[in-house]
Ligand binder design. Sequence first.
Ligand SMILES: [Zn+2]
Length: 551
Amino acid sequence: MNLRTTLVACVALTLAFANPAIAQQSAPTFPTDDAVLRRIWAIGMDSSRVEQLAGTLFDSIGPRLTGTAIQRNAQDWLVSMYTRWGIDAKKEQFGTWRGWRRGPSHVDLISPRVRTLEATMVAFSPGTKGAPLVAGTIILPHFEDSTAFVRWLPQARGKLVLISAPPATCRPTSDWTQFGTPESRARLDSVRAERTREWGNPNVRGTGYSAALGGGALGLRLDKAGVAGVLTSRPKDALGTREIFETYNTRSPTLSLSCEDYGLVFRLTERGNNPRLRLDLDSRLLPEQPVFNTIATIPGTEKPDEYILLSAHFDSWDGSSGATDNGTGTLTMMEAMRILKQVYPRPKRTIRVGHWVAEENGLVGSKAYREDHPEVVAGLQAVFNNDNGTGRIVRLGATGFPNGDVHARQWLAKLPDVFRNQINYIGVGVPGTGGSDDFSFYCAGTPSFGLGSLNWNYGTETWHTDRDTYDKVVFEDLKMNATIAAMFAYLASEDPEKISRERVDLSVVADSIDRANAANPPAPGSPVRPPPLRAWPSCGLEAPRKTRPRL
Ligand SMILES: [Zn+2]
């Protein structure tokens, strides 16, 4: 290293340490004299590794779409990091999934004017086979029924078909609330409602087909009819954000366009300006590929057959980097394991982390793990799952396990004041009906605790969007989450008793919710309240061991 690079490196290092993102949290008050909890705090809050890990995982490796080589590379990195920390880790195959490789892509409007469009292939899209493709556009008309749709299909041959609603606005609703008149707001609401009715699944524009997440059965029918491509857009309620999912087309590329550029192409088409687009798309559809969960374990010494399971899905969609869905949950659990290995290397119970994949395809990896490991399910003391963005953990509940509630209260009472004050503990609670991997375990009756993150506009800004990137991560919050997860794992491991599997009587809970709702009816126009659960949720179908299309 020469002098200049040494200086540059020193400056970079100094800047890194001057970065307020890694400023130290002031010392907390601990309610007990437990030395392990103090050491967990010291390592988690004062010598955190989450920023370096995030840089590697989100920037250098990238999104972890199930069925891609990038996901497998990321899992090799995961295993290598655990190995470096002295923790036993392995990839465990549970099936196969369709494979795909994303290459470079470029999309331009070339007529009536030139503009490079904000557009990307949705996952598993075919490409243009080595040469740019130029094609005109056509808007999916409204049909009386699917027979009329099929009669129309020859007109779409060789065209790029717009199958999403034109945007009513590309401004977030908050702009309209702040600046709109009652009349402009009302008009927006009615246009949106009409477009959702007309263009929404499962019967897009009367075709009888659903566009599912990115093209769906409608895309496949267009593919079969010989269209040049499918244009879609799923904008979210925030500037510049859109959801990007997948297609099952095998011949015609499927693109996701930004709200603005989709609206532009839609209006040009509608006005008869005959827009033409040039697509240069490199991708490769591959046969079924092996898919793996990554499992890391610190073996228990006194009760090795009882398990604390840290849970966070590792896969992501690939419209951006999967930083908050679920990169942050991943790093929370990785870092918790790193901390535990240092301060609590010989736990009473076995502490295991499951970095599941194919969560985005229906909780497939975690479900398969539950099916393949009845011994772990039988020995589970507690599952801690984190999968709702970068925010600090502010909610905890016992998911409908009354004895879990008793234990959780004891653990909470031992946390430092900072964490006790920030966590809204909701008590016994009720189970959910899906949503993340803890479902795969509590549906089978194992005590589970969802670590609920503060919102940070997860739903509109980062969840499944083109903007889920490194810069959205709030590192102060992430450090706390790793520290909290490590503390809960330690406390659940040391707990003198195993948590019983008694479940709350959901019919009794539902009766009381119904009574409360009746006494406090929703205001007119407010969203309909879903009926409360009356029975414990079923685990549903077995995990698919090869691609199960979602059309
Ligand atoms: Zn997720």
